[in-house]
Design a binder for this molecule. Sequence first.
Ligand code: TXA
Ligand code: MG
Length: 350
Amino acid sequence: MWSVDKNVDKDFDYPQIKKAAQLLRDGNTVAFPTETVYGLGADATSDQAVQGIFNAKGRPSDNPLIVHISSASQLTELVLHVDHTAKALIEHFWPGPLTLIFKKKPGVFSEMVTAGLDTVGIRMPNHPVALAVIEEAGKPVAAPSANRSGKPSPTSAQHVYHDLNGRIAAIIDGGETGVGVESTVLDCTVTPPMILRPGGVSAEEIRDWIGEVVVDPSLEDWDEKPKSPGMKYTHYAPTAPLFVTKGSHQWLQETIAAYQQDGKKVGLLAPIETINHIKADFLVACGTEDDLSTTAHSLYESIRAFDEEAVDIILAQSVELRGIGVAIMNRLVKAAGHKWLIEHQDDRSL
Ligand code: TXA
Ligand code: MG
């Protein structure tokens, strides 16, 4: 595994960056850090290279990949039309954790990138290593999160190594990622634009900038079929069964005690404010309720921590559905396979 100083500026003398870019040009898969999670990159114009991503991850072929670019000016070569709303979003949020869906230009990408759709998701990541590798490769880089399909996304090079060692050409170690959850996916082919996956940029932030934004109904009603292919899969799942909880500290403590009386070892994932008040067999403090960006930052590392412990059940406390809390709850509910434990039955907010 290579180590690259996270604060590298776009200095292409870096031998590791050059080597990674060469590997990409030669059709290999390379994992690199972005500001959200680690991505597993390949040349988006090569069928064989993109196939390498699906093979390494064990990813279903009907789930399209996001194409990463290092400069917004590349966009016109890749997509049919960028309207004024998309331009405003790009100016404000790129580089950053916002993926925009456009009608694709035919014949530019491998068909596997877009899984047969006539649209493509494009993003310019806000991380110097990612930007340098993409620019040096001189190609649009298809990159899903660098985890085995179904597992939590990797937020450190060690997570990538754990999941994909021996299956990919290289990992660039840029330290821990910052945001911790993936980019927001926003469909710009419809008016008003529609959020298909909540992520690092909140609906409130997008609304503040462009006005009206709608949310894919399946994100709020679990009986609806998601519009984004990737959203229908179980995801982020630890080995032990996970339940999302909503209720008072007293109820939570009683719930844990009841499982323990049945001989079960109980793990609890919650912000520090709860962890300080509750006893369980294995406690993982995940950020603070006062600043949910800290919870997002540690979320996947926290979920992965349970795989190292022999717990029989994991309870994960829900967070408030505001700002980045929407993305956190989306990931938790998916990790739980939609299993909830709720103190007051009418209190389910998703
Ligand atoms: O933060 C991120 O977005 C990370 C880093 C590596 O950039 N990437 C990432 O990629 O999360 P991935 O493949 O794990 O998730 C891509 C999501 C999937 O839910 C996929 O279905 C959706 O984006 N997507 C991609 N292209 C799409 C399209 N044309 N239409 C609808 N959804 C699309
Ligand atoms: Mg993923």
